[in-house]
Design a protein around this ligand. Structure first.
Ligand code: ARG
Length: 458
């Protein structure tokens, strides 16, 4: 597995940058809490934290944010085989709440509704809590130096007094090295989730990457999908979502808590093939990585929420909010929802969401979740104002629009006249500075326009 001139699997002398490793003797306790999944990266971290970093005790922590049960089984079994003290912490409710904050912000980064990104700070905080309860002096993760997750974990952890260790990155490990290292030490990594793809699943989304999928031109086989049926195979169905202040609270009139609501929509919309995206994703460190996602509930909820906002927010609120929402999604992608900027963005979001209450009807068909009806007590909509069959809007008559129509585009008309006369003139500069031959007549036109408007108004 090793190339001829490389080091043996356990010889880390070449790849280790001692300056990059935090010295555990600096900390209160010689114990470290490791974000543990039972996969290859986190499994090799256990002996490495003891041997290379000098920690006496490693604690493994797996945080439940809605992964499939098999993942906890794998983590438990691997921990048992390693003799690792192991904790499983349930953070599903906290995570679901963050996902629904994302709905209020219409949050998507390059089309991806941010499942992994929203989960990482929740996981990091839960691990830190276990670490503090167990008197650990340090926190560790198994992320590589290429991805986003290292940054999302560490930005949370570096706010604490605990040391932060990233063995895979700091020791410069490759996957090949990890496999050889695990084989040599007989570490329990065989049975694991080391299939064709690298998959990250939680309540909000299932992300699939790696191997052939990394090639942007490779067409994903149907087999990469697990949450979504092939679109178009089931008969269309219709459902309603009730919102209160921007939060979804019920499906088809049945109230439920966030975890249940998201789970049910994942199943129902997933059966209709809703919520597949294939993204060329710009990672934080600048790499473009192709990622495939499934997120049926997120697609339904984001679509429904947007449709309700379209009804209740003014044109200016809607357009300004797209800017706010985009910044929220970017900060969420960066794992920086704790930034003061986000507090300010959320102030605006909360103000607008106080009216985002109502019901949206969604049709699930052909892999799409289409809003087909919306209602709200705050709808900025007047049947009589929009109708072609009534002459007045309050005390405004149809004829009042004549003056508006005359002024509308006035500046553009004037600009076009100036441009035209400048292009016709022999010396365009002279035409522009002298006002040109036509400028006088345009002034006349303005005057007579105004006179006409005044007369008509009388
Ligand atoms: N690229 C996404 C993100 O950074 C998801 C990564 C998921 N990981 C995976 N192994 N598929 O948020």
């Amino acid at each position: 597995m090793q190339s001829d001139d490389s080091t043996t699997p356990t010889d880390l002398s070449d790849s280790t940058d001692p300056a990059a490793i935090d010295d555990p003797t600096d900390t209160d306790a010689n114990r470290v809490a490791l974000a543990f999944s039972g996969g290859l990266d986190t499994t090799v971290c256990v002996p490495l934290l003891e041997e290379e970093y000098g920690y006496e005790e490693v604690i493994g922590v797996t945080v439940d944010v809605g992964q499939p049960d098999a993942e906890f089984e794998e983590a438990r079994e691997t921990a048992r085989a390693l003799g690792l003290e192991h904790y499983v912490v349930d953070a599903t409710d906290a995570f679901a709440d963050v996902c629904l904050d994302g709905v209020r912000a219409n949050a998507a980064y390059q089309g991806y509704p941010l499942g992994t990104a929203l989960a990482r700070p929740v996981i990091a905080a839960a691990i830190q809590e276990v670490a503090e309860e167990n008197d650990c002096g340090a926190l560790a993760h198994g992320c590589t130096g290429k991805g986003n997750d290292q940054l999302r974990f560490e930005t949370v952890w570096r706010q604490s007094d605990l040391e932060v260790c990233a063995p895979v990155r700091e020791l410069g490990l490759t996957r090949q090295f990890e496999q050889a290292y695990a084989a040599e030490r007989d570490l329990p990594v065989e049975g694991g989730n080391e299939g064709d793809w690298s998959i990250d699943t939680n309540l909000w989304s299932r992300a699939v990457e790696g191997n052939e999928l990394e090639e942007p031109s490779y067409v994903p086989p149907e087999g990469i999908y697990d949450w979504t049926a092939a679109p178009g195979e089931s008969d269309p169905e219709t459902l309603t979502i009730d919102f209160e202040e921007g939060y979804p609270v019920a499906i088809d009139g049945e109230a439920m808590d966030p975890v249940e609501l998201i789970s049910r929509l994942n199943e129902r919309a997933g059966a209709q093939g809703v919520g597949r995206t294939d993204v060329m994703e710009d990672r934080m460190l600048g790499l473009k990585v192709r990622e495939n996602y499934e997120h049926p509930a997120a697609t339904v909820l984001l679509g429904a929420h947007g449709a309700l906002e379209d009804l209740v927010l003014t044109k200016e609120e809607r357009s300004f909010k797209t800017t706010i929402d985009q910044r929220w999604a970017e900060k969420a992608y960066e794992g920086l929802l704790s930034a003061p900027l986000v507090n300010a963005l959320e102030g605006f979001i909360a103000e607008t969401q106080s009216r985002v209450t109502g019901t949206v009807t969604i049709k699930l068909t052909g892999g799409q979740a289409r809003p087909v009806g919306r209602e709200s007590p705050y709808g900025v909509y007047s049947a009589s104002a929009a109708s072609f069959n009534t002459e007045t809007v309050g005390d405004i008559t149809q004829g009042d629009a004549t003056g508006v129509a005359k002024y509308h585009g006035f500046q553009e008309r004037l600009a076009n006249t100036v441009i035209e006369s400048a292009s016709e003139a022999e010396d365009p500069l002279e035409a522009a500075t002298d006002g040109g031959a036509n400028s006088e007549s345009e002034d006349d036109a303005i005057e007579s326009d105004q006179a006409e408007t005044t007369n008509e108004d009388r």
